[in-house]
Design a protein around this ligand. Structure first.
Ligand SMILES: [Zn+2]
Length: 732
């Protein structure tokens, strides 16, 4: 009935128009989906990728805030293929353009780049291709794009769209500010009919507004994706000796993984890289003081080799496309939550579990506090910097869920604590630190607000010290009243008082501690102060060991496929993940396709990849057939037992080899018996009569035992091992 009513009111012509628009929309989305599946090899879009693509295909602008690893680039790559003409991608990351273009060419897409690394002849050739409409995508550095010759060249071409990547570079408040980005508004003025998309992985409200106004994107539809990165585990580790703590963290969780370690100064970068190398890891320094070629080589090695650690200042990482960075460690505190979020966001872009680990201590707080005061920025900038630092310190001292606070900073509400950050996993202990705080504050006051941390602690703990005696500070009432705490404990208390803003660190008088306004209420006893107890360092060690990404029986094939991928990557001169992501290899290992047609069902394998690599991978997979016994869904540890059992070892031998109890081995085999992979009589050396005796006992005690072995074991006069009974039970 409804349709009929429609016809009456809006007329036939309008209905046809609506139907045709609907058709166009539908067909553009079907096309987008088929490109996603056939070219990129993925099943379905992640929301809101499809909506963004549609917006651009319809010729409208879009502003996209999406965390790293959210699939940002597909949002312009697919419209670039759907729309007539060439898509121009503006990016500040010259060093990465080659890899981006290589990856697209691997997919059979016509892509090229123009930047200062090309020779004149090469650049001319790319311009020729552009003029002749041979390119789907062209990556351009902003300074290149803005030169008049380039702009007028573009005016003579058909353009599909402009994509402005890393759009937060437009913000003069951010740490990635690029003045030429502000000039990009010219694109709107000179090419009013070409749709634009601006993308960034991080932006608070202020930066968002700035991007929109600077780039004249007022009419753009804004897409804000969740900033949550559920696969990243956040941990902020407090205490002494950050270097050793980091080493323990690496040993425990990332024995041969690729990762990034951030430090504040170049000197520290160099020394940590060297130290890690001495410990046997491949660790490369990266900072702005190194020659361009060295930086380039180190970045390339990070992208192309396995298990490389880059130790870097913040100069490293923007736009790094490496999907399998398993950890980001901070040995210095970032200056803002945006920076922390962005830097940690470089871990786990493939969606697999990753760690964001940070060491944090009193010295970091002192350094940053003084650093901020010495800043040469104007007052407005200083205020912004100051507020950002306050939020960062707040995150470090937090007792509640880190993820909730992090997302809250980006105006996103997470209803429940995440259950996966350090504070959720092992909640820090709180204690009433009011009295301790009063002791510290009055010592600072009584010594004239002229001394630094160590002196104050010495007075509190009553240290016999010449300087203290000369100043007659051994005579004041707070001398030695803090002997209930150790030096380390006092440092933890002071760190919190400084971080939380009760104590001010004066950079001009060499880090002298002064009372801040906030401290009055504490001194007067009007305010109760909850402090964090120093966490115990063993905690990290008790966390679960990192599991292998594949089952034990798949290890040989997994290694073989990785080696094949590395070899193909070297031949093609691209990073291994450009051939296949880890997740794709894992799926290959799990599904073990035997014919080309089966490869299509594996995520991340499209037409071009099948054509290029399909046969090679099938051949390799065929070399590692899986025994029927090992083709199962049982746990890793069971499979490890089965793997040894299969080679003909006895149960006692397996137990010895694996260093676990004989009964545990029996119960592993019982699992395999239960799912029909093993015959009980092959496993156990039992006479028929013995087998029957046990079976009968199990059946007769069924109601009483309720699946427990003990009653049966006792009823059989403890004649048969627990494990034997378990295996028989599994076979019934
Ligand atoms: Zn949490």
């Amino acid at each position: 009935m409804r349709e009929v009513t429609c016809f009456r009111f809006i007329g036939r012509a309008e209905v046809y128009a609506i139907i045709s628009v609907f058709h166009m929309l539908l067909s553009s989305m079907t096309n987008a989906l088929s490109i996603l599946q056939n070219t990129f090899g993925y099943d379905a879009f992640r929301s809101p990728q499809d909506e963004i693509i549609d917006e651009l295909v319809q010729g409208r602008d879009a502003f996209v805030l999406m965390p790293t690893g959210g699939g940002k680039s597909l949002c312009y790559q697919i419209p670039a293929l759907l729309r007539e003409g060439t898509a121009i991608i503006v990016s500040p990351l010259i060093a990465l353009m080659q890899d981006q273009v290589d990856a697209l060419q691997q997919l059979g897409i016509n892509a090229a780049y123009l930047n200062s690394t090309l020779k004149v002849g090469e650049a001319r050739q790319v311009e020729q291709q552009l003029m002749q409409g041979e390119l789907d995508l062209l990556y351009v550095a902003p300074e290149r794009l803005l030169n008049e010759a380039m702009l007028s060249l573009l005016e003579r071409c058909q353009l599909a769209l402009f994509a402005i990547d890393e759009a937060h570079c437009v913000s003069q408040w951010g740490h990635d500010f690029r003045p030429e980005y502000q000039k990009l508004k010219i694109l709107h003025e000179r090419f009013p009919n070409v749709p634009r998309i601006a993308l960034t992985a991080t932006a608070d409200q202020r930066t968002r507004d700035e991007i929109i106004s600077q780039l004249q994107l007022e009419d753009a539809r804004v897409f804000i994706n969740s900033f949550d990165r559920p696969n990243i585990h956040y941990a902020i580790s407090e205490g002494n000796n950050p270097k050793l703590r980091m080493w323990r963290f690496l040993q425990e969780h990332h024995n041969n993984d690729a990762g990034i370690v951030y430090c504040l100064s170049r000197k520290k970068v160099e020394s940590i890289a060297q130290w890690l190398s001495e410990q046997g890891r491949t660790a490369l320094p990266y900072h702005a003081g190194l020659p361009q070629e060295v930086r380039q080589t180190h970045q390339q090695r990070f992208l192309r080799e396995d298990g490389v650690i880059v130790v870097a200042t913040i100069a490293f990482g923007m736009g790094i496309d490496k999907p399998d960075v398993r950890f980001v460690a901070h040995l210095s505190l970032p200056k803002s939550i945006e920076a922390y979020y962005q830097e940690t966001g470089r871990a786990g872009r493939d969606g697999e579990p990753a760690n964001a680990w940070m060491a944090y201590g009193l010295q970091d707080v002192l350094t940053l506090r003084q650093f901020m005061q010495n800043s040469k920025a104007d007052d407005a900038h200083k205020r912004v910097e100051h507020n950002k630092l306050e939020s960062m310190l707040g995150l470090c001292e937090l007792i509640a869920c880190r993820r909730q606070a992090l997302l809250g900073y980006f105006d996103e509400v997470l209803e429940q604590p995440c259950g996966a950050c350090d504070n959720c996993v092992s909640p820090p202990e709180k204690w009433d630190g009011s009295e301790a705080a009063q002791k510290v504050l009055s010592t600072i006051y009584r010594t004239g607000q002229r001394f630094g941390v160590n002196y104050i602690i010495d007075v509190l703990t009553g240290k016999q010290d010449k300087r203290i005696q000369q100043n007659a500070h051994d005579q004041i009432s707070t001398f030695g009243i803090g002997s209930e705490f150790s030096m380390t404990e006092w440092r933890t208390i002071l760190r919190q008082l400084i971080a939380l803003g009760y104590i001010h660190v004066d950079a001009e008088s060499h880090g002298a501690l002064k009372l801040a306004e906030l401290s009055r209420a504490v001194l007067r006893g009007e305010k109760m102060l909850q402090l964090r107890k120093q966490s115990k360092e063993e905690k990290l060690a008790t966390e679960k060991k990192k599991k292998s990404p594949v089952r034990p029986q798949d290890e040989p094939l997994w290694e073989a496929l990785r080696a094949l991928r590395m070899q193909l990557a070297e031949e093609a001169g691209v990073p291994p993940y450009v051939i296949f992501h880890d997740a794709t290899l894992q799926e290959l290992v799990k599904k073990r396709p035997t014919i080309i047609a089966d490869m299509r069902y594996i995520s991340g394998i499209g037409d071009q990849k099948i054509k290029r690599y399909g046969k090679k991978f099938l051949t390799e997979i065929a070399k590692y057939p899986l025994a029927d016994l090992l083709d199962n869904r049982l746990s890793s540890t069971v499979n490890e037992t089965l793997l040894i059992y299969q080679e003909g070892s006895s149960i006692e031998q397996i137990a010895a080899q694996r260093d676990i109890k004989v009964n545990t081995i029996y119960s592993h085999l019982a699992d395999a018996i239960e799912v029909g992979l093993l015959e009980v009589k092959d496993v156990l050396d039992l006479k028929d009569s013995e087998y029957q005796e046990i079976t009968m006992m199990i059946e007769s005690l069924e109601d009483e035992s309720k699946g427990r072995i003990k009653p049966i074991y006792e009823a059989l006069d403890e004649e048969y091992e627990y494990g034997i009974i378990k295996c028989v039970q599994a076979s019934i």
